[in-house]
Design a protein around this ligand. Structure first.
Ligand code: UD2
Ligand code: MN
Length: 546
């Protein structure tokens, strides 16, 4: 009896081992794509064994349907690297590697394994995909499109709108419109990505817009989580986690799921860790991540909400800054921004721009970010100017329309954004220089609340922290906005227009009235008068005392 039981257990064990081997062997069989390397296609269906899944390219018979009459080979061969050419020159990534990969490949499913078991509504609305490009490589552009067609439920893709931003070869775009659902619009002149995206959005027929760069590969189920969140609340603007496609060997690398978008005062975008309190509070790794700004290239937004909020600032040129402008606007005007960890899209991050900027790279970035700062950052724009002094005095065009839009939408002040959305962004500590304000042998002093100019110079210290001129908690203020009005001391308040001063040569100019601090007669209290900085009675030399 015991022997029979032992035999049965041995047979079952052998069968189980054989079964497992067969199962794994099935799963590791070569894929239809010749380009998929062994390491990339290695996968285990059994998520308990290993949560890493591989997103497969489609079967050959599906490919035919996906691409219609489009001749993929001819398209790719039509433009290839010539022997001896620098593979990085034209696109700032390794074109040889990109071309070698072909138009599709398997990539690792980089999501948290719990994402795979989430369910989405069966009646999600369809989206128009908008991809603008200027001289994109054919292989990266085609891979972007094919990955969308391969890895999205077909019912969710209304159309793919390509905006060819005046690339050298019109056929890069035109030929692609033979692919079902793909439309191609060509700009008659170089517009830059901002106006190009607006053009795309204006012709989009779906109620949801999805923006993509022209060198992406979308991953498994990338679209459903984003459309779901926007369907539930149309004021949400959502981004995927952006994985990294190596610009050297085109390896697809998982990005950290603990990052959000941030910036410094020069309006330089950066990825940063989610604040520790938020991280501790995250019990569910599939939950959305609130982000102060989005990287800019890959996001989903309700079309009516995009239009209601004023699309983009179309006076911004070529590249840069539009992601801050959109992010500030979305938060301050009643929406929200989030990153969805269950949506993953790979993107080739580059180290330099492969294209030219007709007005120069630096000037364009300054123009665009200045527009964002001037329209949205209120008094905080001073920190932008301190961090980017070269922006001062540079042309940025008229912002009247955008200011009107902000008023019309009744948007909250930037202070609200700082306090509620991005409290981690520290306001730079201004150095409080403590000095006496000398005028020849005299000094500006106070007795109680009355400033006066005194012969005695008892070394009363003033702190000049723009826009305030302060002594402890009291600040120099004008009593009225007209010439001849006396100055007085009152409790400091940065927002009080009567307390705002700035240096003008050696004079101190009141910012609102434009008048200057004047001792007039050495005995009476100082007043404000027409600025004549060369006059001795308007000259105040701060002398630092240590
Ligand atoms: C990031 C964004 C990008 C944009 C930019 C700030 C991601 C992944 N990318 O820079 O979408 O928000 O920050 O402006 O978040 N293009 C044109 N016309 C031009 C210049 C560029 O159509 O005159 C296209 C270009 O081909 C590409 C897209 O605009 O498809 C973005 O340009 P990029 O890839 O050089 O920007 P990137 O990824 O460095
Ligand atoms: Mn890009």
């Amino acid at each position: 009896m015991r022997r029979i039981r032992a035999n049965a257990i041995a047979i079952l064990t052998v069968a189980w081992i054989l079964g497992t081997f067969y199962y794994l062997w099935q799963d590791n069989k070569p894929q239809s794509s010749p380009s998929s390397s062994a390491s990339q296609t290695r996968a285990f269906k059994h998520t308990m064994l290993c949560p890493l899944q591989v997103t497969q390219p489609p079967r050959t018979e599906q490919q035919g349907q996906l691409l219609g009459g489009f001749d993929e080979k001819a398209y790719l061969v039509g433009k290839q690297l010539k022997p001896g050419d620098d593979p990085y020159r034209e696109h700032a990534f390794n074109l040889q590697e990109s071309d070698r990969l072909g138009s599709e490949r398997a990539i690792r499913d980089t999501r948290h394994y719990r994402c795979a078991s989430l369910n989405y509504d069966t009646d999600l609305p369809a989206t128009s995909i908008i991809i603008t490009f200027h001289n994109e490589a054919r292989s990266t552009l085609l891979r972007t499109i094919k990955s969308v067609l391969m890895r999205s439920p077909p019912s969710l893709i209304q159309e793919i709108i390509l905006i060819d931003d005046f690339s050298s070869d019109p056929e890069d775009c035109q030929l692609l419109s033979q692919i079902p659902k793909v439309r191609c619009l060509r700009n008659g002149r170089r517009e830059g990505l901002i106006r190009s995206r607006v053009r795309g959005a204006n012709t989009a027929s779906a109620s949801i817009l999805t923006f993509l760069d022209s060198h992406c590969e979308v991953n498994t189920d990338w679209l459903q989580p984003m459309i779901q969140r926007v369907k539930e609340d149309h004021t949400r603007v959502v981004s995927p986690i952006i994985d990294v496609i190596s610009l050297d060997n085109f390896a697809y690398l998982a990005a950290s799921a603990d990052l959000r978008g941030g910036f410094d005062w020069s309006l330089h975008f950066k990825w940063e860790q989610i604040p520790i309190e938020q991280k501790m509070a995250r019990s569910d790794p599939t939950q959305s991540i609130r982000t102060p700004v989005i990287a800019g290239g890959i996001f989903v937004m309700d079309k009516s909400w995009f239009n209601h909020l004023g699309q983009y600032d179309t006076h911004m040129d070529i590249w840069g800054g539009e992601n801050f402008e959109l992010s500030f606007r979305v938060w301050m005007c009643g929406g929200s921004l989030e990153i969805l960890p269950c949506s993953r899209v790979g993107h080739v991050f580059r180290k330099r721009h492969p294209y030219d900027f007709p007005e120069g790279n630096a000037l364009t970035y300054i123009k665009n970010t200045r527009r964002a700062a001037e329209v949205w950052m209120d008094e905080y724009k001073q920190y932008y100017y301190s961090a980017r002094p070269s922006a001062q005095g540079k042309a940025f065009g008229s912002i009247a329309d955008r200011l009107t839009l902000r008023r019309k939408l009744n948007c909250k002040p930037f202070r609200w954004y700082m306090e509620n959305v991005y409290p981690e962004l520290r306001v730079p500590e201004q150095e409080a220089v403590s000095s006496v304000l000398k005028q020849g042998g005299l000094c500006l002093e106070t007795r109680g609340l009355s400033p006066q100019v005194s012969f005695l110079c008892v070394l009363q210290r003033w702190e000049l922290i723009e826009p305030l001129i302060r002594q402890q908690d009291l600040c120099l203020a004008i009593s009225a906005f007209t010439a001849g009005s006396k100055v007085k001391m009152e409790p400091c308040n940065t927002k009080e227009p009567r307390q705002k001063w700035k240096p003008k040569g050696t004079a101190l100019q009141h910012m609102v009235s434009g008048l200057c601090l004047d001792s007039q007669t050495p005995t009476g209290p100082p007043v404000i008068t027409q600025c004549r900085p060369q006059m001795a009675s308007q000259s105040w030399e701060p002398q630092v005392i240590t």
